[in-house]
Write a protein that binds this ligand. Structure first.
Ligand code: G4P
Length: 540
């Protein structure tokens, strides 16, 4: 007898989707690896890094990652754990690629914020937290490296509240830290998970005892245990409750202490996280919220990646499924152009590996071969018309002319610039003077520029030169060219157009911007590009 096919509702209920945000070195790779081990998706520790090495061999533009020891790429890892299907949306580690992370977070239902216990909040974590806040997604905090001397746990919680305005709720509480780390008290289960230092090698053994058992066995020094219990009491007195609505609104963060490297506290974290995390939720569209259980398939493109595998020179669009069941060979409508497309080779992504998939459900990510048709933010749907709210761009802070000194390479230059723009590797602006048609690269971080140059060279065979423009701020004129014409000549800024022919003003500093706003209070300016819809961008 074969099992009854799974209903859409059941498929949604058992899916969880999340991204990990952290500062480089906090232990994201290590934690990811341990999560994959539990999911049986990899067989041995070290496989994620080993996979990384392999990837570097197969993809030549990752050469730059190798040279600089940074992580630029982001990927998707889907695996099952018990009856749950987990989609882990991996994000790039370097702050210059925050924009890529931002787009990935647009496809995530939950975020795990990973901190190093010795460092607490670090700059990159703060920046990425702001992105989560904009999207109001639930945030789960994992305080890592408890096996090493760290800051006071109470201080780490206070920091979350004082600096991020995020109310912390400790799910477990550490007993000691560093050399004196003995384990954690599970606050709801009233039990202690002991950290077995004898097993220090790589893997800690987790022994679970009741508080009474810990006391009577003398497994933990009385002084350490009493201090942890006193701290817990302070937390109880401080009052916050684990209110799930507040968690799901992104106002309260469940906090876990552990050590990814020794694998301590990872499984309890995963179990609690899956229990508390938000399942795939209704998403806003221009037509109103679309529940995941809506029978018609819909989804949106949150990431494009060209040349993931240089042997095929392909382009993959990452689509987050939002509603309905997606099936192979489905004919879907592309909302921006109104065209119908048959998706005959949808792919399941696992890191750099891909396999053809037969179906997918809300919360899942599918990879589609992109023959230049999809742009970031595009909606695909079946049945009734739906268009999801687009993904706005970050405000760029660095600007440079991109010169192609070799006119005979113009065709490749143009192709490369257009494709990298589509992918969102960088934003492209143009001078309003038509005779100066070289593109202006606009980026959030310097490395983005370097990646573009590197990729133009390695993937399109074009050597380019960058000439920095001395601006540091961009503002979009919200009401377009007529509003700009109406105010007449502007000083101390440069007018350019973006790839959708919308006016953008570039400023050297915030003082110049402020001056302009004082002189022209009616001119509405925006730090983020409005979402483009219905129009094709201007190609170089
Ligand atoms: P990232 O992806 O966030 O950049 O961090 P990654 O996992 O690569 O971890 C950064 C370093 O921190 C690694 O050490 C890793 O082993 C270590 N680490 C991660 N989790 C823990 C933990 O719970 N306890 C301790 N003590 N260390 C941890 P490395 O020396 O850079 O690399 P490796 O020698 O482990 O390969």
């Amino acid at each position: 007898m074969t099992a009854a096919p799974e209903s859409l509702h059941e498929a949604v209920e058992r899916r969880r989707n999340f991204a990990i945000i952290s500062h480089p070195d906090a232990g994201k790779t290590t934690l990811t690896e341990k999560l994959l081990l539990y999911g049986g998706a990899i067989q041995q520790a070290g496989a994620v890094k080993a996979r990384g090495e392999q990837r570097r061999v197969t993809s030549d533009w990752m050469e730059l990652e190798k040279q600089r020891g940074i992580s630029i790429t982001s990927t998707v890892l889907q695996f099952d754990y018990g009856s749950t299907t987990i989609n882990l949306l991996d994000t790039p580690g370097h702050q210059d690629f925050s924009e890529d992370t931002y787009r990935t977070l647009a496809a995530a239902d939950n975020a795990v914020m990973l901190e190093d216990a010795a460092k607490g909040l670090e700059p990159q974590t703060r920046k990425l937290f702001e992105v989560c806040r904009m999207r109001r997604i639930p945030i789960f905090t994992f305080i890592n490296k408890m096996d090493r001397p760290g800051r006071e746990p109470l201080e780490l919680l206070d920091e979350l509240e004082a600096e991020l305005g995020l109310v912390p709720w400790a799910v477990n509480w550490p007993i000691g830290s560093g050399d004196e780390f003995r384990g954690v008290i599970d606050r709801q289960g009233h039990r202690v998970i002991l950290f077995d230092r004898a097993e220090r090698g790589r893997q800690a053994r987790e022994q679970v005892l009741s508080l009474e058992e810990v006391r009577s066995s003398g497994a933990v020094e009385e002084e350490l245990l009493s201090r942890a219990l006193e701290e817990l009491e302070l937390l109880e007195e401080a009052g916050a409750e684990l209110e799930m609505d507040a968690v799901h609104r992104g106002e309260l963060t469940p906090v876990f202490f552990g050590s990814a490297m020794t694998n301590f506290g990872v499984r309890p974290f995963l179990d609690a996280f899956l229990d508390l995390a938000q399942r795939p939720m209704a998403r806003s569209s221009r037509e109103g919220p679309v529940p995941p259980e809506h029978p018609d398939f819909s989804g949106f493109v949150f990431k494009l990646q060209a040349n993931m595998d240089p042997r095929h020179r392909d382009r993959v669009a990452f689509v987050r499924v939002c509603s309905g069941r997606f099936e192979k060979d489905m004919t879907v409508r592309h909302a921006r152009t109104g065209r119908s497309i048959r998706l005959s080779r949808p792919q399941k992504l696992f890191g750099q590996e891909r396999a053809v998939l037969d179906d997918a459900y809300p919360g899942d990510v599918i990879g589609l071969n992109n023959p230049g048709m999809f742009a970031i933010g595009d909606t695909l749907y079946v049945g009734r018309q739906v268009e999801y709210e687009g993904i706005p761009c970050f405000s760029p802070e660095l600007f440079a002319w991109l010169r192609n000194p070799n006119p005979s390479a113009f065709k490749s230059f143009r192709k490369g610039v257009n494709e990298l723009r589509e992918e969102g590797a960088v934003q492209i602006l143009y001078d309003t003077d038509q005779s100066k048609r070289d593109p202006i690269l606009a980026a959030v971080g310097q490395l983005q520029m370097e990646v573009v140059q590197h990729r133009l060279q390695s993937e399109y065979g074009v050597a380019t030169r960058l000439e920095p423009l001395g601006f540091s701020l961009a503002r979009w004129v919200e009401e377009g060219w007529p509003a700009l014409d109406a105010v007449g000549r502007l000083f101390n800024c440069k007018t350019v157009s973006d790839a959708w022919n919308r006016p953008v003003l570039l400023f050297k500093n915030s003082w110049n911007l402020q001056q302009l706003q004082e002189d022209h209070p009616d001119l509405s300016l925006s730090g983020v590009a409005p979402v483009a819809s219905g129009v094709e961008p201007i190609a170089l």
